[in-house]
Design a binder for this molecule. Structure first.
Ligand SMILES: O=P(O)(O)OC[C@H]1O[C@H](OP(=O)(O)OP(=O)(O)O)[C@H](O)[C@@H]1O
Ligand SMILES: O=c1cc[nH]c(=O)[nH]1
Ligand SMILES: [Mg+2]
Length: 208
C-alpha cells in the first residue's frame, strides 16, 4: 500500500464542509484539525504493540504500548499548521519538526525558507502534514530534507491530493505512504486542485 484514500463517512462529511465556498476561517481551521486527527488514526493503524507490566486497580496486569519508533510530526509551513493540533491530539508526545516552503506562483516550484528538525529524527517515524498535495513539489522537497537528516520512516498525511502530485511523489519516493481524505480530479492551469479547497493556507490563516 502506498496511497490510501480514507472513505470513512465522517472524513467525507467534514471534507465536504471544508469545500463550501462560504466556509468561515474558524470552521475551516477546526475541520482541518479534525480531519488531521482522523488521518492520523488511519496512518497509525498498523503500528506494532508490545506487552508490558502495569499495576491495575486489581493488581498486576499486562498492558500494551506502541513498540519501536517514536513520532515526529512535520507540518509544512504555513498550511500544515492547520492540521497540527488534530494530529497531536492522537500522538501528544511527538516531537515537532518544522519545514517552511512556499510554492512560487509562476514556476510552481517549492522554495524552502525554514527547517528545524528533531535532533534524533533518524530514530523516529515522520508524519508529514499538509492540507494540499498538488504538483507534489513541496512534499518531495520535504521528504528529501527528512531523508538528508537520516529519517528512514516517513508517512504523508494530506487532506486533498491531486493524481498528478501522487504520481510524482510515488515515482520519486515509493517508500513513503500517502494518506488522504480525497483524491480529487486534476490540477488546473495555475496548479490548483480541482475541485480541491482553494488556497488552504489563506483559508486557515484568514489572509484572503
Ligand atoms: O504540491 P505543490 O504543488 O507543491 O503544492 C502544495 C503546497 O502549496 C501550498 O502551500 P503554499 O505554497 O500555498 O504555502 P502556504 O502554506 O504558506 O500558503 C500547500 O499547503 C502545499 O504546501
Ligand atoms: O489547490 C491548491 C494547490 C496548492 N495550494 C493550495 O493551497 N491549494
Ligand atoms: Mg497557500
Amino acid at each position: 500500500m502506498s496511497v490510501l484514500e480514507i472513505k470513512h463517512p465522517l472524513v467525507r462529511h467534514k471534507l465536504s464542509l471544508m469545500r463550501v465556498s462560504s466556509v468561515s476561517t474558524r470552521s475551516f481551521r477546526q475541520l482541518a484539525a479534525e480531519v488531521g486527527a482522523l488521518l492520523t488514526y488511519e496512518a497509525t493503524k498498523d503500528l506494532e504493540l508490545e506487552e508490558h507490566d502495569i499495576e491495575g486497580w486489581c493488581g498486576p496486569i499486562k498492558g500494551e504500548q506502541i513498540k519501536g519508533k517514536k513520532f515526529t510530526v512535520v507540518p509544512i509551513l504555513r498550511a500544515g499548521i492547520g492540521m497540527l493540533d488534530g494530529v497531536l491530539d492522537l500522538v501528544p508526545s511527538a516531537k515537532i519538526s518544522v519545514v517552511g516552503l512556499y510554492r512560487d506562483e509562476e514556476t510552481l516550484e517549492p522554495v524552502p525558507y525554514f527547517e528545524k528538525l528533531a535532533h534524533d529524527i533518524e530514530e523516529r517515524m515522520a508524519l508529514i502534514v499538509d492540507p494540499m498535495l498538488a504538483t507534489g513539489g513541496s512534499m518531495i522537497a520535504t521528504i528529501e530534507m527528512l531523508k538528508a537528516a537520516g529519517c528512514t520512516s516517513i508517512r504523508a498525511l494530506v487532506l486533498v491530493a491531486a493524481p498528478e502530485g501522487i504520481a510524482k511523489v510515488q515515482a520519486a519516493h515509493p517508500d513513503v505512504d500517502i494518506y488522504t481524505a480525497s483524491i480529487d480530479s486534476h490540477l488546473n492551469e495555475n496548479g490548483y486542485i480541482i475541485p480541491g479547497l482553494g488556497d488552504a493556507g489563506d483559508k486557515i490563516f484568514g489572509t484572503k
